[in-house]
Design a protein around this ligand. Structure first.
Ligand SMILES: Cc1cc2nc3c(=O)[nH]c(=O)nc-3n(C[C@H](O)[C@H](O)[C@H](O)COP(=O)(O)O)c2cc1C
Length: 364
């Protein structure tokens, strides 16, 4: 019988992946410890899922200012870097590959996470969304508009985080430029009203991303760097699609052809945008012709649709989020067409091992 295309190996710029199934980045907020460090539990969670061709970790904060969610393991301190070593070793010992997702939440944060100070953002505009604090999900506030100096510092924070990721033994890093977080806030006109070199034109709104890539030079090879985008995110996380949105992502993605990155990682729309002016409802199909390198697609895929999108040539790899969260042996289950465990949403962001380490694998 012909092997499912999802189960065939893939050469990711020299990194041999055992299959084309990627574990999508998922915040699990289990680092409820002093210093927000990844622990042996984090290592066990990822080791259980190491048969994925590639794991992308939960978003990990590049600085204290990047924080927008409690109990997330960061990657700015020495202790955090040491914690991640447990994770990379456990995944490698189990034959897997793992990238760290580098995250700055920008305005999707709250003063309670910053000793009462305002979160940073391109412009002082409230996303009218939620941030996750010790009090649970709370309303966001109007953030502080970043100074040029603060933008430059943020670029350095990504550089420092990437250096720590290399030290920690990660196979690469993914810049989180999706889902309404800091980079996305710079790209989008509803969140970026700046009139300096970081706002206004498409080139200016994309500038911080390319400055970050420049800063990574010498720290990590570009073929070990991926970037995640959610181009048609609309009416969610403070993002709105307008006439500039898709041209902005087209500009960015075309320009990334010059960088020979590990991959770009796109998500199909999180909400139905069929009737939203200027949005594209088929993201992989729209952007595939614009990009020469590896394309990962995500959101709502299963074995059949994941197979189909690769066979149609719109993506090289498929990332699965919730299916991997609830099925540590998802690869095996696809291989033998076994039924899947049901995810328990109540424990997505709670602490402890319930809903984290106790999803059963198939027994022989
Ligand atoms: C519990 C949970 C946490 C998530 N955390 C992140 C994150 O840290 N970074 C990110 O880029 N996406 C995050 N996402 C989005 C997922 O990566 C993915 O896009 C989403 O689950 C849709 O894919 P799926 O349909 O395969 O689950 C999260 C999703 C879930 C369910």
């Amino acid at each position: 019988m012909k092997k499912q295309v999802l189960l065939t190996p893939y050469n990711l710029a020299g990194l041999e992946l055992n299959n084309r199934m990627v574990m999508a980045p998922m915040t699990r907020s289990r680092s409820n410890n002093e210093g927000n460090v990844a622990t042996s539990l984090t290592a066990k969670y990822y080791a259980q899922r190491a048969t994925a061709g590639l794991i992308i970790t939960e978003g990990t904060f590049v600085s204290t200012k990047a924080v927008g969610f409690i109990n997330v393991p960061g990657i700015y301190s020495e202790a955090q870097t040491e914690g991640w070593k447990l994770v990379t070793k456990a995944v490698h010992d189990n034959g897997g590959k793992i990238f760290a997702q580098l995250w700055h939440t920008g305005r999707l944060s709250h003063p309670d996470l910053h000793n009462g100070e305002l979160p940073h953002a391109p412009s002082a505009i409230n996303p009218n969304s939620k941030a996750y604090t010790t009090a649970g999900f709370v309303d966001t506030v109007t953030p502080k508009e970043m100074s040029i100096e603060e933008i430059k510092q943020t670029v350095q924070d990504f550089k420092n985080a990437a250096a720590n990721a290399v030290k920690a033994g990660f196979d690469g890093v993914e810049l989180h430029a999706a889902n309404g977080y800091l980079f996305h806030q710079f790209f989008n006109g509803v969140s970026n009203r700046r009139t300096d070199e970081y706002g206004g034109s498409i080139e200016n709104r994309a500038r911080i991303l390319f400055e970050t890539l420049d800063a990574l030079k010498g720290v990590i090879d570009y073929d070990r760097v991926g970037i995640r985008f959610n181009p048609s995110m609309h009416n969610a996380m403070g993002m709105m699609v307008d006439e500039q949105t898709i041209p902005t992502f087209e500009y960015i993605i075309k320009r990334l052809n010059d960088y020979s990155l590990a991959y770009i990682h796109l998500t199909e729309p999180f909400t139905n945008v069929d009737d939203v002016p200027f949005a594209v409802s088929k993201v992989a199909k729209h952007f595939r012709p614009l990009y020469n390198g590896t394309l990962i697609i995500n959101k709502g895929f299963n074995k059949e649709t994941g197979t189909q999108i690769i066979e149609e040539g719109y993506a090289d790899l498929v990332a699965f989020g919730v299916p991997f969260l609830a099925n540590p042996d998802l690869v095996k289950r696809f291989e033998i067409s076994a039924p899947l465990n049901k995810p328990d949403q109540q424990t997505f962001y709670t602490t402890g091992i319930k809903g984290y380490l106790d999803y059963p694998a198939l027994t022989a």
